[in-house]
Design a protein around this ligand. Structure first.
Ligand SMILES: [Zn+2]
Ligand SMILES: [Zn+2]
Length: 267
């Protein structure tokens, strides 16, 4: 009996390592995510999330206006650069608030669109702004907020269902099984949280790396490196060493955006 219980507990705890294994194969995971989030089955979930997301994120104060034309243009270019078809591109909306890292909020993406804190980015370098908007475009491309909700719901339900089945089979009723059912439900919730946390780390890292490549400008990546240090790595963000490697690759190809190409011509 102890052995069977141990198997049940192990099963409950398997969720997070399973996602880690998927993380080991980003290409497979990226493709699966694009496939899942573009499926028509996700449409009702998207509608529901569009409604409840503002309630779940009260710290994000959405403003009733769009970002200025300059930012709008960069956001549009970023969405095109990461491969979002023109028909699916969204205008850049404005918001204010604090980010989940506790630092000044620059931008966020959820199922209601891409949001930017225009005031906090006003005096930042052009390269940093381009990196921020390409990062957000990647979140939008992969529908990361929908995927996080799907993972949370699916893992919670699956883990809870299977553990409940194991309890019914091996413990068979009585107060003991009620206590076990509560423990299993809690474990399911903790495992689901763990899975979503792992996914968020992965999504932030992917948005940083793919976003920086998509800027196609080594000077933009340099301006991002100049601004950041590695304090955000624990939240999944890429390290400056990784950005340096991307800068090197783009520089080798002499890639510059229009803004920096103009500057080089005039210098
Ligand atoms: Zn992000
Ligand atoms: Zn540039």
């Amino acid at each position: 009996m102890v052995f069977k219980k141990a198997i049940a507990v192990l099963y409950i705890l398997l969720g997070t390592p399973a996602l880690s294994a998927l993380n080991g194969n980003p290409n497979f995971f990226d493709k699966t995510q694009l496939y899942i989030t573009s499926s028509p089955l996700v449409t009702p979930l998207r509608k529901l999330l569009q409604f409840i997301t503002p309630l779940l994120n009260p710290h994000l104060k959405i403003k009733d206006c769009l970002a200025n034309d300059d930012l709008q243009k960069i956001a549009q270019e970023a969405q095109t650069a990461v491969g979002i078809p023109t028909t699916q591109q969204v205008p850049l909306k404005r918001a204010e608030g604090t980010s989940f890292t506790g630092l000044e909020f620059y931008a966020a993406t959820n199922c209601n669109g891409i949001f930017i804190n225009q005031n906090s980015l006003a005096f930042k370098s052009y390269g940093l702004i381009r990196n921020v908007l390409h990062h957000e475009a990647i979140h939008y491309k992969y529908d990361d907020s929908i995927m996080a909700a799907l993972l949370a719901g699916a893992s919670c339900l699956t883990i809870d269902k299977i553990s409940t089945k194991l309890i019914v089979r091996y413990i068979k009723g009585g107060p003991k099984s009620n206590i076990m059912a509560v423990i299993c439900s809690l474990s399911a919730a903790v495992s689901a949280f763990g899975i979503v946390h792992r996914f968020n780390l992965y999504a932030e890292h992917r948005a940083d790396i793919q976003g920086a490549y998509a800027t196609q400008c080594y000077k933009c990546v340099k301006e991002k490196i100049d601004y950041y240090n590695d304090t955000l790595c624990s939240h999944g963000y890429a390290s400056n060493k990784e950005f340096e490697a991307i800068k090197k690759i783009l520089k080798k190809k002499h890639l510059l955006c229009k803004h920096h190409a103009k500057k080089v011509m005039h210098s």
